[in-house]
Design a protein around this ligand. Structure first.
Ligand code: G6P
Length: 370
């Protein structure tokens, strides 16, 4: 056990640090210098993808959060509708499937009972095809799907998913790109720019891991908190959801994520000096929106931790701390990059608290029963 963990104290920390490599592996041989290779989704995909008029994504847990992020990217790059749903809800509805929809399941293990049940239900519906994004080649999900895109994270031991998530985001970025190309919405220059951005992701994750010591220090302040509120907007709202999930899974601190624009509809009532607010604020089109949301928090005495990009102008003061990523990502990669410090934050809070980081109470790595 100790040998496999190598120099790392926990599998989770090892897996967090494996992300540059896992993401590089997942992108490997799927991109040229400036193109997405046509065979990535298998030989049938070339005729199938141009027919896709919409996407339904189904998953559980962390994999569901990857799907929520992909929705923004698919709609933006391919200009087709994309809905994302939790498998345990989908399987007990009577989902209505419009013409020419693609079903996409996302799962690290490929054995999650609800996700498999959703896949089987989808098999009875008139989808164009069922695509699985999965990390385990011999899994039931892979065997039963029509199309497969493997993430190549390698075995993930820590119950709290880390490298599976960022490799899922990488695979889903390839899907957004493929759908954008197939629908003729992405021209060559846009494709080349997206590929360049993706190819830079492993190194950018490596740089983000350099925030470790700063975050370890910051984590001390959260150890005795009972609640935390995570905020984000756009594709970074699900990033905030994933940050909150990581914190509650391994540190047992109650954490909730809200779309920052929704603050005024309820959670603002919770804000006082005992409630840490953790915000994901990249330098994107929504920066000024989230800045004004955070001003509302400050005005009510909340203590803020802001994760942001260089040159966004957030300043630390008595009530706010600012953690700046070394380099900004683009639309396809920023969500993965902002996930890194949130994983590290949850990890260090849990270590300070002394919980069983790799095997949190009551949770299983793969939920194979309903
Ligand atoms: C469990 C794990 C989570 C995981 C979820 C979905 O709850 O603890 O880390 O995200 O299952 O698992 P899957 O293998 O389908 O991605």
């Amino acid at each position: 056990d100790a040998v496999e963990r190598g120099e790392y104290r926990h599998y989770m920390l090892k897996e967090i640090h494996e992300q540059p490599n896992a993401v590089a592996e997942t992108l490997e041989e799927r991109l040229t210098r400036d193109r997405l290779l046509p065979a990535v989704f298998g030989p049938d995909a070339e005729t199938l993808l141009p027919a896709v008029e919409g996407v339904h994504i189904i998953a559980c847990g962390t994999s569901y959060h990857a799907g929520l992020i992909a929705r923004y990217q698919i709609e933006q790059m391919a200009g087709i509708p994309c809905n994302v749903e939790i498998a345990s809800e989908y399987r007990y509805r009577e989902p209505v499937v419009p013409k020419n929809y693609l079903f996409v399941s996302i799962s690290q293990s490929g054995e999650t009972a609800d996700t498999l049940a959703a896949l089987r239900l989808a098999g009875k519906k008139p989808y164009l095809a069922r695509l699985a994004i999965c990390n385990v080649p011999e899994s039931s999900l892979v065997r039963e799907s029509d199309l497969v895109l493997m993430t190549r994270a390698g075995p993930e031991i820590g119950v709290a998913s880390t490298k599976a998530f960022t490799t899922q985001l990488s695979a889903l970025a390839l899907l957004a790109l493929a759908l954008g190309k197939a629908g003729k919405r992405l021209d060559q220059a846009a494709e080349a720019a997206a590929v360049k951005e993706l190819r830079a992701l492993p190194a950018a994750i490596e740089d983000a891991l350099g925030l470790n010591d700063e975050i370890e220090h910051l984590a001390e302040q959260l150890v005795h908190r009972h609640h935390a509120l995570f905020l984000g907007r756009g594709a970074h709202y699900p990033v905030a959801m994933e940050g909150a999930l990581k914190l509650k899974e391994i540190s047992y601190i109650h954490a909730e994520a809200y779309a920052a624009g929704e603050l005024k509809h309820g959670p603002l009532a919770l804000v006082d000096e005992d409630m840490p607010i953790i915000a994901v604020a990249p330098n994107d089109a929504l920066l000024e929106k989230i800045r004004s949301n955070l001003e509302e928090v400050r005005a009510r005495g909340g203590s803020l931790i802001v994760f942001t990009d260089p040159e966004t102008g957030f300043e630390a003061d008595a009530h706010s701390q600012v953690i700046t990523l070394p380099k900004a990502g683009g639309k396809l990669t920023a969500p993965a990059l902002f996930t890194i410090p949130l994983q590290l934050l949850a990890y260090h809070v849990a270590v300070h608290k002394g919980t069983d980081v790799d095997k949190p109470r009551n949770l299983a790595k793969s939920v194979t029963v309903e």
